[in-house]
Design a protein around this ligand. Structure first.
Ligand code: NAP
Length: 428
């Protein structure tokens, strides 16, 4: 007889784990319509913190501080991993899959660093491993790429995938806050963690674009070859000057399928103000998927939070239960693909260079760039004439390696006080 009661166990009762509990409790009827006649039974919950206050008295009798106890319970069918971080989460997931349990996780670090081996472990044991909430929580982008866009190849993904950095850049842009003020506000509002470096330095976005690229392009990629850079160097002056030029600054994840190679990278970028992605503000995420046949698809929504992430985890649980009696492998094909050497990629640049205010400066700077085949689209002097002035340059498309070499040379010119910033321009 087919199993009617599907037992689940949750590991880690933090923000997302509690979100899962809430969604299961509040939407029980709506959820059960989709899995009828099956039912979800919450069998065990583990959290390291023994003194955790649980939202419902009845939960104390299924609560433990041992994740092992949940994994070793032979009656549990589906494990929800919401501990986060790489270890012990990776080992616990592997252990669960090996013992024949399906696993749902929100953990982008584990998927980015060990996703291929975990997927093959799941395949070997004929169990499901789903991770919709790991990228852009509230936007079901993994489902779109793996279930919906299966007849035309996506060619390109452009994403704003980190709510914390998007919140900071939005505050800097809308209120004229400087970086430190905006970060403090993000921390006070709970958008940024006490140690925000994984978000600020682009690591979180890097993990997410790796996951999206692997799925969209069905590619086996070496994570270490993906370039990433964060937003620490963005100043409110750059935001202001970018705006005057018709651009907004966002932390962008870019992934382009170039046939043999993939161009994947994460860095701040000037994007045209009129584009929909430029208007994805606050802690929201935005994703553009471009492909033959479907053109440009744009998604936006909450990129974090207990309910958006918890909701997507429960949707994954529903998906598993709907396929409970017949296993099918959703991720059956990955082709080894090279990531294009970052130095070989091409971008236009916004450059802000502080110079001594004297004749001939422009010619000197332009000459150094020209030697490296970097030419200018526009040049604007900023501020009043004085001892020093800032000059803002927009370049034509140029090879990344050449721009970096030219910048090193220019920084050594006697007329140059400082390279204040160099930000790529992406004309979406
Ligand atoms: N927060 C979001 O909006 C969001 C959105 C999408 C995806 N995610 C992902 O979801 C995962 C969880 O994030 P979160 O924000 O919910 O983190 P969190 O609030 O820190 O929750 C993690 C919980 O797991 C507990 N824990 C740690 N190690 C454990 C262990 N060995 N056994 C049992 N419990 C353990 C922690 O206890 P202690 O606090 O005592 O260490 C904490 O209660 C991460 O992978 C994150 O990237 C988060």
């Amino acid at each position: 007889m087919k199993k009617r009661e599907i037992n689940i166990g949750i590991l880690g009762l933090g923000t997302v784990g509690q979100g899962v509990l809430k969604v299961l409790q509040e939407n029980r009827e709506f959820i059960e319509q989709k899995i009828y006649p099956k039912k979800i039974i919450l069998k065990k919950i583990a959290d390291k913190d023994k003194s955790k206050v649980l939202p419902d008295k009845g939960l104390y009798k299924i609560f433990t501080d041992s994740a092992e106890q949940v994994i070793n319970d032979p009656e549990i069918d589906i494990i929800v991993e919401t501990i986060g971080g790489f270890e012990p989460a990776r080992s616990l997931i592997a252990q669960a899959l090996k013992s024949g349990k399906h696993v749902v996780t929100a953990n982008k670090e584990v998927i980015a660093q060990a996703g291929y081996e975990i997927l093959s472990l799941a395949q070997k044991n004929k169990v499901h491993f789903l991770f919709e909430s790991s990228v852009a929580s509230g936007i079901p982008i993994i489902g779109v790429l793996s279930h919906s866009l299966t007849s035309y190849k996506p060619r390109e993904i452009i994403g704003i995938l980190n709510g914390t950095t998007n919140y900071i850049l939005t505050r800097m842009s809308e209120d004229g806050s400087d970086y430190e003020e905006a970060l403090k506000e993000a921390q006070e509002k709970g958008y940024a963690e006490a140690d925000p470096s994984k978000d600020i330095d682009g690591f979180d976005t890097f993990n997410k674009i790796f996951i999206l690229s692997a799925i969209a392009f069905r590619a086996k990629i070496n994570l270490d070859n993906i370039y990433y850079e964060g937003i620490r160097n963005i100043s409110k002056l750059d935001i202001e000057y970018a705006r005057e030029l018709g651009y907004t600054i966002k932390l962008l994840a870019l992934a382009k399928n170039k046939g043999e190679e993939l161009d994947i990278r994460v860095h701040p970028a000037l994007i045209p103000q009129r584009h929909t992605l430029a208007n994805v503000g606050g802690a929201y995420n935005g994703i553009l998927v471009r492909g033959d046949g479907f053109g440009d698809l744009i998604f936006s929504g909450p990129g974090a939070g207990a309910l958006p992430a918890g909701g997507m985890i429960v949707s994954d649980i529903i998906e598993i239960i709907r396929n409970f009696d017949s296993y099918n492998n959703n991720y059956n094909y990955f082709e080894v693909k090279k990531v294009k050497d970052f130095k070989e990629t091409h971008s236009s640049y916004y450059l802000r260079i502080r110079v001594k205010d004297r004749p001939g400066v422009l010619a000197e700077i332009a000459g150094s760039f020209a030697q490296k085949e970097v030419s200018f689209l526009s040049v604007i002097q900023k501020g009043e004439a004085g001892e020093v002035v800032d000059i803002v340059f927009l370049t034509h498309l140029a090879k990344e390696g050449n721009v970096q070499e030219a910048l090193k040379k220019v920084a050594c010119l006697d007329c140059v006080v400082k390279i204040c910033n160099a930000i790529r321009v992406v004309d979406i």
